[in-house]
Design a protein. Sequence first.
Length: 419
Amino acid sequence: MHLLAFGINHKTAPLAIREQAAFAPQRLPEALHDITAHGAAGEAIILSTCNRTEVYCGLADHDSEQTVRWFCDYHRLDARALEPHLYLHPDQDAVKHAFRVASGLDSMVLGEPQILGQMKEAFATAHKHGATGKILNRLFQQTFSVAKQVRTDTAIGASAVSVAFAAVSLAKRIFNRLAEQKVLLIGAGEMIELVARHLKEQGVRDMIVANRTVERARLLADQHQAEAISLMELPERLSEADIIISSTASQLPILGKGAVERALKIRRHRPIFMVDIAVPRDIEAEVGELDDVYLYTVDDLKDIVQENMESRIEAAKEAEKIIDLQVVDFMRWIKSLDSVPTIRALRESTTMLGNIELKRAQQRLAAGEDPQKVLEELARALTNKFTHAPSAVLRQADHDGNAALLDAARKLFNLNDDN
């Protein structure tokens, strides 16, 4: 079994490409079944976030073309158009990539913790639907352990920086008195929850949470003394918001240019600050053309996430050392799997020989022979049976001058000159 990690992220592909390659959460079980059922991978885990779409696979051989072809076919993407943006990490590189991603070393915001939760969710989904096996189960369990060690042993998470924090930081730069602004949050997932928490820390008291499911919106709103509404109510409430931050799993835009234009008229063209951190986008790109709208996407946040980074950069160097050691450890385990069939065959062979001699001894005892003599002959027979084949091979190795095999035998059977 071989490992492969491939995909695109914020470093290799623009937002427009990442939108086309994203997996909607509700379609993940179907995609996992599709990739494994059609032989594109023996095991698979799909990680799809606003900044990356990655597939971690266990393959029977080194052929990755079929797996990448599945990815392109599933999303109806032109393979040639995707190729410049796609990265492939085989075997050891796949292990290192997983460790780096989980530790926040490959994120837009160095050391951000959210990706670890997303990887855990991706693993849980794949495991629940039977898409993982021995290799990926072990890889992701060790991945989570490595990420924990990195956060414990380094200062990688010392500064409160994330995409959610960057969005709030940008709002704080634009509004001198952020606490006095009214904020509309669209969505009720983990990203919006982080945004709400950061806004609360900045003193924002007036918030509205809009979500397709009002009950889910209310759960989040109640934590921050905010108001919960449904997405159906957005057109009537849009004009109230000075700040709009959106992050949903919708496959189509939630806010269009027309709706925002109507809200601006009601506001008498008082500006609206909007941050769309969803992939695919929640807010139509044309909204950014309006004079009184300041619209930012995930990619625009790159200029903000450089703050509080000096300590993290130093911590990242230490994290890389931890990861390198852990990669070696995991690859040792992978290589140890090669010996499993040999060990199993050895046990089966010796068990069979032992059972034959044991049955023969039992028959002799049942016939009334002397137990002491039967046991002595059983021990002698077992010794002869177990050492016959190795002895023949070692005699031939001595005849052939194969000193390496003779040395290996000494190590294998723990022999020395005293023996």
